[in-house]
Each structure stands twice: as C-alpha cells, then as structure tokens.
Ligand binder design. Structure first.
Ligand code: HPA
Length: 278
C-alpha cells in the first residue's frame, strides 16, 4: 500500500501542475451549500477525477471538484462534494482532501454539513455553530505512523473549533438576523440513520446534532494546526426525536430550503475571517 504522505504529495503535485492558486480559506460544501460556488469569482476548477490518486465519491454523479476563486477579496478553495467513511474508504483517504487544501496554502478550514438535530427546541431548517465534537465512534484519521511533516503524534484537541472564529460566526449571524444555534456535533459512521436508541445515547453523551462527516476532518485539520469553524444545517430532527421516518430526499429538500440563509452566513463569515488573517 502506498504511503499516506507520498500519496498526498502526489496529489499536491498533480494539482500544482494544473493551478498555482493559493487559497487562504478552505471550504467544504455540505448539503444546503451546493450552490454556494455560484457566488464565487471562479479562477479555476479541478475535477477530483483528474487528480492522480484522489478519492472520488462512489455515489453516481457526485464525483465532485475543487473550485478555486474569490469570495469578496478572499482567495478560497471549495470542495464541492466530499467522500464519506461509509463509502468504504480508509480514513486516511477520507481526510486526504483536507490535508491537500492545507498544503495548497489554506490556514482556515470552514466545514459544513447536514445533520440531525437532537438539542431541545431545535427544528429542521436551523443552523448550528459547531462548538465541540465527539469523534469517538469513528476511527481516528491519525491512526498509523505519524506524519511528522503534518503534525505531532499526540495532538492537543482542547480547542478544535477556534474561539475567535466562533465569535466571528456569532457576530455575522447577529448582523444577518439569523438565529444561530450552538452545540456539539457527534459523528457516527452511517450510512444508516441512527436508531432512536442511538440518538438517545448521543444525547446522554452531550451531542446536540449527529451526522456522518466532519468530526474526522476536523481531527485531521487540527493535527495540522488549521483554524477550524463548522456549521451544521439541521436538515431534520434525529430519529426518535422526529415522529416521522427519515428519508434521504427529505433531508436533502430541507437542506435546500435553508440554502439562502446558510450561504449568506458563510459568505459574510469568510469576508470577516479575512480581517483576522491579515
Ligand atoms: N443522522 C445522521 N446524518 C444525518 C442526519 C441524521 O439524522 N441528517 C442529515 N445527516
């Protein structure tokens, strides 16, 4: 098996042969932000397929691409489409794109996703600022020989979600009149939605929302010293909290309904984040 770091370097090389754009902020577009790229002044795009060794989603039609461009004056790289652990990839492949974006220059990682709401009073269509996470139900992406070039063997995880960026998110939400919930995100592997008992367990553990991505990406990014901010689009109430069975299309539909608010918040935040990068 190819060494994880060698594969990463090969992907960086492959991207650098196509674009020399240096992003400041890396953005992972989850459900509800699919159209975000329409508001970007695009400089270049690369299909994941065209990056040697890059993990490509197994969901038909969802291969995805990197979009390089500007939000306001801020140079960003967006991931339109991510791979999930439940698709069968090694964790090192799931987080490879995050590591790649850091190696291209991004210092800030903006993670977004769709999630099931657990917190009392939450409703479908809410946005939740991720202030903490539980990643213990998925394998760590740092398992295996440590990649010293990326970070230390035993990285501190006491502040995965950057305090200043949390303040930025609150400020931007207030300015836009968005009621931004806050809480802890818990990642399960999926692909099945949780049982009501699993959701009850997650609540006891302190989770406010559950999903199938993000926490592992945040662990890998924190290992590399990126400043991280995360927002969940609460596309549904988690199983057992919602009286109705869950279906992917309903989750998708609800996420689409939040899209305008979600996009406005992310755009405003990126412009604000730039001020703290200078
Ligand atoms: N559970 C897990 N992942 C999800 C959910 C959920 O209820 N909704 C959207 N992604």
């Amino acid at each position: 098996m190819e060494d994880v770091y060698e594969k990463l370097l090969r992907c960086v090389d492959s991207v650098r042969k196509k674009v020399d754009f240096v992003p400041q902020v890396a953005l992972v577009l989850g459900s509800g932000l699919g159209d975000f790229a329409d508001g970007i002044r695009v400089e270049a795009e690369i299909n994941y397929h065209d990056i040697e060794g890059f993990p490509v989603s197994t969901v038909p039609g969802h291969a995805g691409k990197f979009i390089f461009g500007y939000v306001g004056d801020v140079p960003v790289v967006c991931m339109k489409g991510r791979v999930h652990y439940y698709e069968g990839y090694a964790m090192s492949d799931v987080v490879l794109p995050i590591r790649l974006m850091k190696m291209l220059g991004a210092q800030v990682l903006f993670l977004t996703n769709a999630a099931g709401g657990i917190q009392l009073g939450m409703k479908a269509g809410d946005l939740m600022l991720i202030t903490g996470q539980i990643a213990s139900f998925v394998p760590s992406p740092l398992i295996g020989p440590n990649i010293d070039e990326l970070g230390v063997r035993f990285p501190d995880m006491s502040e995965i979600y950057n305090r200043d960026l949390i303040l930025t998110a609150r400020k931007c939400a207030a300015e836009l009149g968005i009621d931004l919930k806050e809480g802890t995100y818990l990642q399960f592997t999926g692909p099945a939605y949780e049982s009501p008992q699993e959701v009850a367990m997650a609540r006891i553990l302190g989770a406010d929302a559950v999903g199938m991505s993000t926490a592992c990406e945040a662990v890998a990014a924190n290992h590399m010293g990126m400043r991280i901010v995360g927002i969940s689009c609460i596309s549904n109430l988690a199983c057992g909290i919602s009286p109705a069975p869950l279906s992917h299309s309903e989750v998708q539909q609800a996420a689409d309904g939040v899209a305008p608010r979600f996009q406005a918040l992310v755009t405003q935040m990126i412009k604000e984040i730039e001020k703290t990068c200078r």
